[in-house]
Ligand binder design. Structure first.
Ligand code: TXE
Length: 495
């Protein structure tokens, strides 16, 4: 069994507890590696390494252009097909995401590094035409400080890029704690960044349980900013702890995104978009289009079409090229998905596809759930309000555009939304009316390193991707310089 230590200050480091956690392959249903079970002592070590790298080491004296070049080389290393394939296989094995999707993701992840490499030396302050005589006033944009990045298990390498690329471009150093369910790819990737010339201590990866090493990281006095991806419940705890230290936070939390199909839509395209939006990654996406709002006049016809397409999805070994849906990533998540299916049935939702664990040939590991569709869902049901994070779709009918807006917005979340219509006016009206951080029209699950993504309402705080993300890791400092030739006559008169 492979053993993964922490990655601190450019070296593999044994956990101070000498304890380890097993990491399970959700397809085989067996442990394939062990990771360090970190604690506060390890957190201290990693934060000290990051602080020293940021304020004393070579990172502190490198120009922004030089930092950008390192980021570019990180992108190059990820573009190397051997590295990409190795990382894709590790992540597939660790969290069950299908290899084809991982390969696609890894083809794109370098773009994040290139984008922020280019942005690193374009961070500019301003000169203010200040209303004081003999004075120069300006703003400097400075790195916020040491960043703690806490991430979830569904897309570890993607989260690594989303958080670390803008943080490093801003000049910060990072301690990343990936999920205890899928830490291997982050550790492997962190070690690879050294080959790109990233100085030791700029990226550190520590592993373990949330309470044992996540909490000490969040509470560490030398951590200035926390960037978190995970559940809204844990996010709220982290937010509270961060508030006590007046730390900056970025939160990428859950969602219950409406995917809204109007009768005037191209129904072929819409059907593919709805299936991809909920059954891609076995529904384990924060942006999953888990509520299908479909106009009543086409509801029956569209539901039949969906069932037809979803029924054919191939479940199986995530490493096999034929597989379209892999297992649920870990046992607690598997149990959670099944609990929601039962809750939906008992609330009166009509199960029109799936609704049970998937068993049979090729599904030996046991963490498979059938693609599941519930019809006759009302927006008050738990299945319509709470994040399942699995391959479970709820269908809700609506009459008018206003109905679609009201139902679409009637959840605590506001991460993403999809709209399918051929009517341009309606597309614009809907894009404006939906309370979501990202609205897709006639597409779903389209992401770009240049387009900000983040939540409204309880889906989070701040934005990842795009130019906005680098500002999340910067602090404004104002500088006022007197050019007066002589001291003021009255020392107490404010200038
Ligand atoms: O998340 P947690 P889990 C949702 C999804 C899923 C649920 C639970 O609904 O069913 O979250 O997943 C660390 N202080 N999403 O249990 O608990 C933890 O170790 C500091 C949505 O994985 O939020 C892990 O690294 N850190 C999501 C990270 O927080 C703590 C993606 C996330 O764990 C901590 C995944 C603490 N007290 C799940 N407790 C999305 N937004 O994409 C835990 N952690």
């Amino acid at each position: 069994m492979k053993t993964y230590q922490h990655w601190i200050n450019g070296a593999h480091v044994t956990p101070s507890s000498s304890q380890w956690l097993e990491t399970v392959d959700p397809y085989q249903g067996a442990a394939w590696a062990r990771i360090a079970r970190g604690n506060a002592e390890d957190a201290n070590l990693a934060v000290a390494a990051a602080r020293d790298a940021m304020y004393k080491g070579p990172w502190s004296t490198m120009t922004a252009s030089q930092r950008g070049k390192v980021l570019r080389r990180i992108g190059d290393l990820l573009s190397d097909s051997r590295n990409a394939q190795r990382l894709a296989e590790i992540e597939s094995r660790d969290n069950g995401k299908i290899l084809a999707e991982m390969q696609g993701q890894l083809k794109y992840i370098p773009e994040f590094w290139y984008y922020y490499a280019g942005l690193a030396d374009k961070v500019e302050g301003t000169v203010i035409p200040v209303d004081k005589a003999d004075m120069l006033a300006m703003t400097l944009r400075e790195p916020v400080g040491v960043v703690a990045a806490i991430t979830a298990w569904n897309s570890p390498l993607q989260f690594f890029a989303l958080k670390c690329a803008p943080a490093l471009a801003a000049g910060c150093a990072v301690v990343l704690k990936p999920s205890e369910f899928a830490s291997a790819s982050s550790l492997e990737f962190a070690a690879l960044t050294q080959e790109a010339g990233l100085p030791a201590g700029v990226i550190n990866v520590v592993t373990g349980l949330g309470q044992e090493i996540g909490t000490p990281l969040v509470e560490h006095p030398d951590v200035a900013k926390i960037t978190f991806t995970g559940s809204d419940r844990t996010g709220a705890k982290v937010y509270e702890a961060a508030a006590r230290g007046m730390k900056r936070v970025g939160m990428e939390l859950g969602g219950k995104s409406p995917n809204i199909v109007f009768a005037d839509a191209d129904l072929d395209q819409a059907c593919v978009g709805v299936v991809a939006g909920i059954f891609g990654a076995a529904g384990q996406m924060c942006t999953a289009g888990s509520r299908l709002l479909v106009q009543n006049s086409i509801r029956q016809k569209f539901t039949e079409r969906l069932i037809e397409m979803a029924r054919k999805l191939r479940l199986g070994d995530p490493l096999s090229a034929d597989t379209e849906i892999g297992p649920i990533s870990n046992p607690p998540q598997y149990e959670k998905v099944l609990r929601y299916i039962e809750a939906a049935k008992s609330e009166g939702a009509r199960c029109v596809l799936g609704g049970a664990p998937a068993t049979g040939q090729g599904l030996k590991g046991g963490l498979f759930v059938q693609p599941t569709i519930f019809a006759d869902v009302t927006n008050q049901m738990r299945i319509a309000q709470e994040e399942v994070f699995g391959p479970v779709l709820s269908i809700i009918g609506f009459e008018s555009e206003q109905d679609a807006i009201d139902i679409g917005n009637d959840v605590i979340y506001g991460l993403a939304a999809g709209v399918w219509t051929q009517d341009i006016g309606r597309a614009i009206r809907m894009s404006k009316a939906l309370r979501a951080g990202l609205v897709w029209v006639n597409t779903y699950r389209a992401y770009s390193c240049m387009v900000p993504l983040g939540g409204m309402k309880q889906s989070g705080l701040g934005r990842e991707s795009g130019i906005e993300a680098i500002h999340e890791f910067l602090e404004t400092k104002s500088v006022m310089i007197s050019a007066a030739a002589a001291a003021p006559a009255n020392p107490f008169l404010q200038r």
